[in-house]
Design a protein around this ligand. Structure first.
Ligand code: PGU
Length: 450
């Protein structure tokens, strides 16, 4: 066995040294698991130089779609990935997006030149206004730098790597549970990941006491990852009063908030209401980071459009921060793609298009809320044992059902319903037609003798 390299003992080493250590640890883990020499050389010239590779497991979320696609059943249902579907079960391109795309195609002056490292300038300005509010003092005082990144994931990764290079505390606290990609993103960015309590399985609600205790005992200066709204996977958000407690604790301990805003507009149906927690942290004058995604709220999943904003204490610091973020981006992917950001900028720039977007967004959020009620009613009418009120209490795209991995397996095998093993279902993947099938499956999973 090769001993893992100690990350903790390397506190004072350079960023690239620490990154190498982390990668070495990943490699050591893999290597120990296959119990062979590092990079065995091929014995014959016909052997592949990659012959030693193990097949990696599918991703716990995106792999659900892979399994779903292979299933020939006509009743199959994909409730794994958080992607909006219509009542007909089809992916949705918003009308406003289609219209803007037509306009962009017809604009003769448009070209395909490289963007600057920070992306489309107008997109960045308007994205900051969307999350912080048009009248935000931080924007007016030029204390915010916003950089277009590759959707939410890319924004988190760039932000994480910027912090690993330039911030004095390299520990980030993420909620337990959280979106499965968070720990991987931040570890590979060069941060050390720890968790804080968030969800209480017994109440299927927020473990507020646990959260306060864990953040209260985090070392001063630690980074804290917060879901801006519609927490994934639990669908449980703090109340405004609880947010205020969290804000005071974070500021009093000089922790650094890093918001992940992947669902603005999807929780309440209102872009402003969903941005409120972030805005209260900006209003107190403190510093923070926000990763924004337009995957869900504009349905631009595959266009990979998002933004990283860093709110600083002064315009001078913000501009120096931006210069350093550019050094993170340049060797990673050089500069971001044009198309998605041009669509977003066109919609955010024009009052009519913006209004049209908010109506379509609200319709998506309302359909999800409607599905919650329908599923709850269907389980009640079947007399399914248990209190299912969390289905209507939880917020956003997902319901954290409380079903265990064994029950999920049963539902997949017997009912062709695909979901993640933690019991999360994407309510956006349900329709009036498929609710009865899901309710039958849940009922059978909960009542069957094992
Ligand atoms: N942050 C959170 C909390 C998310 O749920 C997601 C997407 C992202 C960031 C990243 O989204 P981008 O597409 O990079 O903007 N989570 C979805 C989508 C599938 C996935 O895992 O990427 C999900 O089903 O959890």
């Amino acid at each position: 066995m090769v001993p893992p390299v100690s990350f903790e003992s390397n506190r004072s080493s350079s960023f690239s040294d620490r990154r190498l250590n982390i990668l070495a640890n990943h490699f050591v883990t893999l290597n120990n698991s296959i119990d062979s020499n590092i990079f065995p050389s091929p014995t014959a010239s016909s052997d592949s130089v990659f012959a030693h590779l193990l097949r990696a497991p599918e991703d716990p979320i995106l792999g659900v779609t892979v399994a779903y696609n292979k299933d020939p059943s006509p009743v199959k249902l994909n409730l794994g990935v958080g992607a909006y579907r219509t009542e007909e079960g089809k992916p949705l391109v918003l009308n406003v997006v289609r219209r803007v795309e037509q306009q962009l195609v017809n604009e003769a002056s448009r070209n395909k030149e490289y963007l600057p490292i920070v992306g489309v300038a107008d997109f960045n300005k308007l994205s900051a206004r969307l999350i912080f509010g048009a009248d935000s003092p931080a924007i007016q005082e030029n204390r915010v730098t916003t950089v277009q990144c590759l959707s939410g994931t890319g924004s988190l990764r760039v932000g994480g790597e910027f912090l690993a290079r330039h911030y004095h505390q390299r520990t980030i606290y993420i909620p337990q549970p959280t979106w499965g990609n968070h720990p991987k993103i931040f570890t590979l960015a060069g941060l050390s990941v720890k968790t804080y309590r968030y969800y209480a399985p017994r109440t299927k609600g927020l473990d507020f006491q646990g959260l306060l205790e864990d953040l209260g005992s985090a070392p001063s200066g630690s980074v804290v990852l917060l879901h801006a709204c519609a927490h994934n996977p639990t669908g449980v958000d703090p109340t405004p009063e609880q947010w205020e407690h969290i804000r005071q604790l974070i500021r009093s301990k000089a922790l650094l908030p890093f918001f992940d805003s992947a669902y603005q507009g999807f929780a309440s149906g209102s872009l402003d209401t969903d941005a409120q927690p972030v805005r209260t942290f900006v209003a107190d004058g403190g510093e923070l980071l926000v990763a924004q995604s337009y995957a869900k709220n504009m349905g631009l999943y595959g266009e990979r459009v998002g933004a990283l904003s860093i709110v600083c204490k002064s315009a001078d610091v913000a501009s120096r921060v931006e210069s350093q973020v550019k050094l993170v981006v340049r060797p990673m992917y050089s500069n971001p793609p044009i198309h998605g950001a041009s669509i977003v900028a066109a919609i955010l720039r024009d009052r009519n298009l913006y209004n049209e977007w908010t109506i379509e967004l609200k319709a998506m959020a309302d359909r999800i809320i409607n599905m919650r009620q329908k599923l709850f009613d269907a389980l009640r009418s079947r007399g399914t044992p248990g209190d299912w009120s969390h289905i209507i209490k939880q917020i956003g795209m997902f319901t954290f059902t409380g079903l265990n991995a064994e029950q999920v397996s049963f539902m997949t095998k017997e009912y062709h319903i695909y979901m993640t093993f933690d019991g999360r279902i994407s309510m956006a993947g349900l329709s009036s037609k498929t609710v009865p099938h899901l309710a039958d499956a849940i009922h059978a999973a909960v009542t069957r003798a094992v």
